[in-house]
Design a binder for this molecule. Structure first.
Ligand code: 1CP
Length: 395
């Protein structure tokens, strides 16, 4: 293990700090704003693309970096190494955005739940939230405990040299609650659903703390240099109709209400909300104060585009997603075909030159979930190239 790195295992309170992250020079001007234009609903020369979990286990260079760090959390809490992991996929693929290398579970870890990642088993919390007293103890964590994330954002902006924008992110209050109550990944969400139906008052208190924590966390990422922010509601889709609106959507709205709209230089920061399995609730999500809605592969893009362009006095929202990550485990020929399907399902992007200020629903193809660890990198390259080439032909 590299002697400059923190030991494996970690304590968020003692996260490794670069000596100089706050003193870094101002990041370079942005060279590729295609993704940000699409977020704002502005015309683009081609359709931008980036992928959920584009950094991570499918890349051999990522596995080497994680081995060097000693563990996933040792890597995530080391700002320079986290920045390196952020930029790694950009060396292989002409992506239009980078996402800071971190995890949604840093926030409950900072609340004192004791996060670890067990090999082959995923995340684990030493102190899950199960009883009234556990909920009563929860509070918005001191953001200093998450400083390693904000330092990673600063370091990643430096490492990117303005090549593409950097996305900051957090889990939605509901999705974080799933891990906090279940104690880790779950296949049936039985524990949190029992809480939901038997003690909704406790769940509401937990979700309120999560919402206020996530808002403070995303605001600090924006202050550190995140140029767009994304909320992952990965498990919103496991909720019943009605419960989704009450226990997920309402708290996503509570986060969005509190977010700063501009970065430290006064540049507006778009907000993206992704709900896996949430396609049927797009009309309700249209009411969210965000610029982009992420959808998975179960959604019909033409119908989604119509829903988000409704003439209801609200600005059009853009769409992100719709590709099935399983497609990436096939062949470049199948990938080309699926990209064509998605681009045609969305339809011809609104016309206007790429410098026009006319806003409409735009599309950023994206996976409806994270890249699988056994995805061949050459297939990811084929996907990015297919989106760029085919979308130019559509314009
Ligand atoms: O490009 C990137 O890799 C960006 C960094 C990133 C992001 C955006 C990671 C690194 N995780 C996430 C988000 C995240 N984490 C989500 C939302 C996106 C989604 O729905 O997939 C979720 C649900 C998590 C929770 C989590 N962290 C899981 C899933 C567990 C489950 O319930 O099945 C896992 C396996 C992790 C660990 C993790 N986070 C990130 C990576 C690369 C890994 C794998 C750790 C490793 O083996 O190195």
């Amino acid at each position: 293990m590299n002697k400059h790195l923190p030991p494996a295992g970690h304590s968020a309170g003692q996260a490794a700090m670069p000596q100089n992250a706050a003193l870094l020079p101002a990041p370079a001007a942005l060279q590729n704003d295609t993704f940000l234009r699409a977020c704002w609903g502005l015309p683009t020369d081609y359709t931008p693309v980036w992928l959920m979990r584009q950094a991570g286990r499918h890349l051999p260079e990522y596995r080497a970096l994680r081995a060097q760090a000693g563990s996933f959390m040792a890597l995530a809490t080391h700002p320079q190494l986290a920045a390196e992991a952020t930029v790694q996929p950009l060396h292989r693929y002409p992506l239009d955005a980078a996402i800071v290398f971190s995890d949604i579970l840093t926030v409950p870890d900072a609340m004192g739940l004791g996060l670890s990642f067990r090999q082959g088993e995923g995340p684990h919390f030493a102190h899950p939230v199960r009883h009234e007293a556990d909920v009563a103890r929860l509070a918005v964590p001191d953001m200093q405990r998450l400083r390693y994330v904000f330092d990673a954002v600063r370091c990643a902006r430096q490492a990117l040299h303005g090549r593409v924008p950097l996305i900051g992110f957090a889990g939605s209050p509901w999705t974080l609650a799933c891990y906090m109550v279940e104690g880790g990944a779950s296949s049936d969400y039985a524990t949190i659903k029992t809480l939901l139906y038997t003690r909704p008052d406790l769940l509401h208190r937990l979700l309120a703390v999560n919402a206020d924590s996530v808002a403070a966390y995303l605001n600090a990422q924006i202050e550190a240099g995140a140029q767009a922010v994304m909320l992952f509601d990965s498990w919103g889709g496991v909720l019943a109709d009605g419960a989704f609106q009450t226990f997920s959507l309402a708290y996503t709205a509570r986060v969005l209400q509190q977010l700063r709209r501009t970065d430290a230089d006064g540049v507006a920061v778009p907000r993206i909300v992704f709900t896996k399995g949430g396609g049927q609730w797009l009309p309700a999500m249209r009411m969210l104060d965000c610029n982009v809605l992420g959808v998975d592969w179960t959604v019909n893009l033409a119908a989604a585009r119509a829903a988000l362009s409704a003439n209801d006095g609200r600005p059009a929202q853009s769409l992100q997603g719709n590709l099935d990550p399983a497609v990436l485990r096939t062949t470049p020929a199948v990938i080309h075909q699926e990209v064509q399907r998605a681009l045609h399902a969305f339809g011809t992007p609104a016309s206007g030159d790429a410098h026009s200020a006319q806003r409409s629903c735009q599309h950023t193809p994206h996976l409806g979930h994270g890249i699988h660890q056994h995805t061949p990198p050459e297939n990811v390259l084929a996907l990015v190239q297919a989106v760029h080439q085919q979308s130019r032909q559509l314009r």
